[in-house]
Design a binder for this molecule. Sequence first.
Ligand SMILES: Cc1cc2nc3c(=O)[nH]c(=O)nc-3n(C[C@H](O)[C@H](O)[C@H](O)COP(=O)(O)OP(=O)(O)OC[C@H]3O[C@@H](n4cnc5c(N)ncnc54)[C@H](O)[C@@H]3O)c2cc1C
Length: 709
Amino acid sequence: MSQVFGSSAANGAPIAAYGAPTAAGRPDVDDETLVAAVAVANIPTLLMVLVQMTGELHWLDEPYRPKRQPGLGDNDTGGLAPEHQQDVREAALEAIAAWRDGRPMVIPEPDDVLITRMLSTAMGEHVPDEYGAFTAAQLGLAKFLDHDPINVPPGFKVLVIGAGASGLCAAVNLKQAGVPYEVVERNGTVGGVWWENRYPGAGVDTPNHLYSYSFAPHDWKMYFCLRDELHGYLEKVADDFDVRRAIRFNTSVERISYDAQRQVWRAEVRHVADNEGRWETGRLGLSATPDETGLRRRDDGAATAPGANGHAQGIDGPAEIIEANVVISAAGIFNPPIRPNIDGLETWSGETWHTARWPADADLAGKSVAIVGNGASCMQTAPEIQDDVESLTIYQRSNHWAAPFDQFRKPVPDAMRTLFEAVPLYRAWYRVRLGWTFNDRIHTALQRDPDWEHPERSLNAQNDAHRKYFTRYVVDELGDRADELLDKVLPTYPPFGKRMLMDNGWYRMLRNPSVELVDEPIAEISGQTIRTVDGAEREADVLVLATGFDVLRFITTYEAAGRSGRTLRESWGDDDASAYLGTVTPDFPNFFTLYGPNLQPGHGGSLIFVVEMQVRYIMDMIGKMCAAGLGAVEVRPEVHAEYRSRVDEAHENMVWMHPGMTSYYRNESGRIVVNSPWRNVDYFDMTSEANLDDYVCEPRAADRELVAD
Ligand SMILES: Cc1cc2nc3c(=O)[nH]c(=O)nc-3n(C[C@H](O)[C@H](O)[C@H](O)COP(=O)(O)OP(=O)(O)OC[C@H]3O[C@@H](n4cnc5c(N)ncnc54)[C@H](O)[C@@H]3O)c2cc1C
């Protein structure tokens, strides 16, 4: 009998909300540190702190009202005159010091109307009323991920597949609610993509004060951290919330199937060899596109049926069965890495690896390096390695928009780190501001205006203004090589058509004489020679495949057979996944997919927040199942179909349907499968609670102890 975790009452201890004052009371921070921090703090955020701490609403009006800033920047001065900035800093310093010394906050819980007014001021633009409740939850003022203990029937258990950012979020919340659960993770540790992607420069393009759990604020060293810091954060969350002991590492789920009579999922799992080994060779785990027989071939030549485990790590244990009432799939979508279909790739005789399988001992010093693909991974790694290599040739497959951000890859100054830690209210408002900037603020700019006169280059006047703004930036960055390079690098499709990347010095790197950007497609590879369609041949010592992941197929690492015995792959086809709220699928009772279809916030922002909204919904559903004595909940086909139509209809007008580009968002038939069409505030409302009317509900068959051996 395997151990069932998370069942003790002690696990129901509350988790801290993001903006809530520390339980320990006022911070122990001296005047000198406060002075240094407030002197460099963000003015719009300080204004919010001032209003709540003093109750003085005049700080929301002129001359202190920040001006709107274009782009994604923090707007640190708020565009205020220097003397008005000074007023704000002095008053904020006094207010924070008084609060530290014990003075109560005058408005600890602003109502929704005041919150929206404050946010409008902080952003220098109108924020609609509907953002009141949404923002209150992020400030820790309203219930969000804060579950009361759930009274589960004997033997009830949840299986979570995967311990990346999503699986950890589920685990922490299940534990907090006292729901017995177990996590199965095929890697040797937590973190998912943040464990696997180790290429130089790997890091986030969403600022970390936003890209982090609402329940686990962190003292970030960088505004946009690199992979090691983020992976360390996820390790810390696993320890701080004591969920690691509920995770079975080096264990792969191979297949799950639903037993309708017993209302349980049966998962076949196997021990897999430690993944550490694969970094040594750097060549494992690549998925090829399907060959003519429909099978995928792994690097070792073995064929894997669609839906089977596309990973090359050794499966070396006998199958074991785990049974669970509910399965939460948190298997991620950025896997497996794609091996491109290039003639002669198999003849490559130099070193080669995929960015997601960067060898720990890779040594590029003095070597000629070729990178195929110039998406997010290449954009992060190429500027990072340019000075180590003898030459760098980048084979561009399509170009991308990349935005500037003042603080990208910059350290958070010590004084600011102290302020974030000492004044949770400052940190909470800073995060809320980032949320608006990186998420819903630009949503309207991504809708097609049918009367717009330049549909070939942009969608509407605002999107056209974005194009001008980013184009100016690119021209400036390319400097004296702009005339030569601009046509190659500037996308013809509208900004935000593909995920907006952060500029990591990409354009400046292109000015480096030892870097060449080739935009001719590759015709053939032979030995160590790469020939492009124009007949040019270039040699390289190392070939790096920055060719992305098999994202569109969604669940690729295990097979799932539902109530009818049909598999998810059969239901979804190879690339047409859809799920109600991106989470549940007909014929798959009690099965929830985190980071499911149509959930990626294509207009930017944090996937972690999306997953938190999903987890809140799932926890509500589990609570309702237990309270009502339900053994199975299965989304009604008509609810799912209607949702799918709404998603497709909402996408019709959005930027990613623009005809002038391809992206990993769209499947073969042109349907958007990966991106969400919704604003965060919409999805927040849709997932605020599980509506049992959307489901076919079955009473529990019988109370029983589950056998899990
Ligand atoms: C390089 C890179 C940068 C990114 N940057 C950002 C960013 O800045 N902002 C943003 O919002 N998003 C970003 N993303 C997207 C990122 O994928 C998500 O933000 C998030 O980390 C996904 O977490 P996850 O847990 O859903 O998936 P994953 O991190 O993929 O974790 C899935 C886990 O499930 C395990 N697993 C899978 N199948 C099985 C199985 N059959 N059995 C057992 N275990 C299994 C895997 O081993 C893995 O540990 C980035 C992605 C990449 C690759």
